[in-house]
Design a binder for this molecule. Sequence first.
Ligand code: PMP
Ligand code: GLU
Length: 393
Amino acid sequence: MTKLSNRVLEMEESVTLAAGARAKALKAQGRDILSLTLGEPDFVTPKNIQEAATRSIVDGSASFYTVASGLPELKAAVNTYMENFYGYSVAPNQVVAATGAKFILYAFFAAVINPGDEVIIPTPYWVSYADQIKMNEGVPVFVKATEENHFKVTAQQLEAARTDKTKVVLLNSPSNPTGMVYGHEELEAIGNWAVEHDILILADDIYGRLVYNGATFTPISSLSEAIRQQTIVVNGVAKAYSMTGWRVGFAVGDPEIIGAMSKIIGQTTSNLTTVAQYAAIEAFTGPQDAVETMRQAFEERLNTIYPLLNDVPGFEVVKPQGAFYLFPNVTKAMEMKGYTDVTAFTTAILEEVGVALVTGAGFGAPENVRLSYATDLDTLKEAVRRLHVFMEK
Ligand code: PMP
Ligand code: GLU
């Protein structure tokens, strides 16, 4: 008899982390693998941030615990960030930091979900949302964002999914995995709908700084006072500052919910690693030009690789406006090669031509695969060349 809890038995492994780990393991065995799996920028963390972290180690400030929710200086730095990129200020009791945006999300669900509460998630969705909700005895309710509607849901669709158990609606714009970005009016309609029905908005804005070709990121929390009060913003440093390994996430919003999340953090991880807090302070308050340099590199990669990928037989891609993923529909490609299951199709690509992608299955999209273009152009071009080889075999 298994010793494991039902909770963990019912949980899926993160398909992104699993695909990344498999690619690494095959490479370690000497296989020639190109990994387009993880959404992880290939740049080293900017120098000014490294130096601020080093200073905090050498002068001893990084040696100690901080309050569980984060250093007062970090909360002030988050306020600076919010003023610069959201256009409004936040008080210290509206800010909490933790070990990655991923754990911030978990703390949020743990703080607000009672058994049976429903969280509306537009699909395709990032892999960890549904399992985190289930781990907290909530019920994910999926609303399909169709390719025809550029992978966006409307307020009408949300209304059709609403029940008296609906507690939260989750928005992730720019989106992982589709890269789509919601516009001002679309967000206003969704925000007003949430306010009208007293539904919390969880805005996962982690890709907000990464938009391309003139697209703009509109934070839903910036649209009106009423919408802001209904919204918990989740953000972090991983994507925009190339700091995935530092594990810094934060949330901003209603002091009661932020306080509850801080209590959960205090009883689980305690404070976010102190040295990482000093790094994040510098990220939010120091020069921002490295972010723009990296954004431009992603934009160039997107503009180069998107038409090449669309040319691969059977791959059909909606051009994304943000994040760093391409999410082709491979229905035709699977038909051409005789596959009905996208995970088997993804595995065959890995085995036959050494290109590691992520199956769309974990994103609630069994007709798609995900490629991350947070890697160098030569690798991306070679990967697309190999996809041609695979399809034309
Ligand atoms: N939200 C989304 C949509 C993501 O893609 C990720 C992946 N990094 C996270 C949250 C978690 O970010 P972090 O690395 O800060 O935990
Ligand atoms: N969020 C990234 C991705 O989707 C990193 C992996 C993870 O956190 O799941 O690839």
